[in-house]
Write a protein that binds this ligand. Structure first.
Ligand code: CP
Length: 380
């Protein structure tokens, strides 16, 4: 059984910055969850995942107010998140049907993609997003740079600062690296995934995709399944989806749930079949073998049997329900190929929406349409 419903706070995992909890999302519908063990989740070694002390959400129901940097999905109150999604839609409409899908908005601005960890979708989509806004784009990967000679993050930041980067998009294996970077550069820092902490633009593109199919998310039931312990995608989605009023259920083996998950504003279940019944969407998470230092489940086959999404389980969600995965997928483990490629799968659409959402984020931060909070910003 499940059902842990708690105060609106979500903490990061491995020593990253304190994450801001989502806004007013309170307890979700009681009685929806099936019987199972009480969620006294604790990792079985490996990641030191704990719920850090949470700071309160700043002005959760307040007006549109962009943060100077996008470090956490919890930096966005509901009005601001809605504004980012509406801006994404406007950009999509503005470039739809154009032969040249490019806008002049960020001409003369420089965006640096700073990737210390591997990426396909996020790196390419940020690059494409910046180019479609006519910005100058520099993509930096740690491999092949002076980082491999021992250069520190701080020295790398100062180099970017000297070159006048207007925005730095940062992916790093250490939770909190983008926040640290934001203290060293004048440009806007966007977190493109930091360790096991957060991936806010992934959550925005997921929310955008969900809204395209389901309409407003208030009251919609989204089931997030798998390796929550190591998932920055899960953390950012819990923050953003609950901010937007969705009801979120996390499903995972006890070993892959973080300590303190009881305090998250979600329900927790160990029983995938019952959690999926009638759900509006299911979001499968990648099993992150590279972040695991211990045995979190007996075998891959056992994991798939209990927590994988196959055609039988896919049929349990609502008829209008959709299937999401942030990628990259372990096909045959957390999701079968027939479900990943089948009806109601929006995985490819998520990737396409990622470009437009990142255009909206770059546009809003760099264009000055809304002055960022903390920089003499105004409310809208
Ligand atoms: N979803 C996601 O972050 O994918 P990449 O690691 O390929 O960027």
């Amino acid at each position: 059984m499940t059902t842990t419903v708690g105060p609106p706070t979500v903490g990061p995992t491995t020593g990253g910055p304190v994450a801001v909890g989502p806004t007013g999302a309170g307890p979700t519908a009681a009685g929806r969850m099936a019987a199972g063990p009480t969620a006294a989740a604790a990792p079985a070694g490996g990641a030191s995942s704990t719920a850090a002390p949470a700071r309160p959400v700043a002005d959760p129901a307040g007006p549109i107010r962009l943060p100077r940097h996008l470090l956490s999905a919890g930096d966005l109150n509901r009005a601001t998140a809605e504004h980012v999604l509406a801006t994404t839609q406007r950009i999509e409409q503005a470039i739809a049907g154009r032969e040249v899908r490019k806008l002049p908005t960020l001409r003369g601005r420089t965006v640096v993609n700073l990737f210390f960890e591997d990426s396909t979708r996020t790196r390419i989509s940020f690059e494409l997003a910046a180019k479609r806004l006519s910005a100058d784009v520099i993509t930096f990967s740690a491999k092949g740079s002076s980082v491999s000679k021992g250069e520190s993050l701080k020295d790398t930041a100062w180099t970017l600062q000297a070159m006048g980067a207007d925005a730095v998009v940062c992916r790093h294996s250490s939770s909190g690296a983008p926040q640290q970077l934001s203290a060293w550069v004048d440009g806007h820092v966007i977190n493109a995934g930091d360790g096991t902490h957060e991936h806010p633009t992934q959550a925005l593109l997921d929310a955008y995709t969900l809204r395209r199919h389901l309409g407003a998310l208030a009251g919609r039931h989204v089931v997030v399944v798998g390796d929550v312990l190591h998932s920055r995608v899960a953390r950012s989605n819990v923050l953003l989806l609950t901010t937007l009023g969705a009801e979120v259920t996390l499903v995972a083996p006890p070993t892959l749930l973080p300590v303190g998950v009881q305090a998250w504003p979600v329900e927790v279940s160990y029983d995938l079949d019952s959690a999926l019944a009638g759900a509006d969407a299911v979001m499968m998470l990648r099993v992150q073998h590279e972040r695991m230092s211990g045995a979190f489940f007996p075998t891959a086959r056992e994991y798939s049997r209990s927590y994988g999404l196959d055609a039988r389980r896919r049929a349990l969600i609502a008829r209008h329900g959709i299937v999401l995965h942030p990628g990259p997928m372990n096909r045959g483990m957390e999701i079968t190929p027939e479900v990943a490629d089948g009806a109601g799968s929006v995985i490819v659409e998520q990737v396409a929406n990622g470009v437009t959402v990142r255009m909206a984020v770059l546009y809003l931060l760099l264009s000055g349409e809304l002055e960022p909070a903390g920089a003499g910003g105004r409310d809208d």
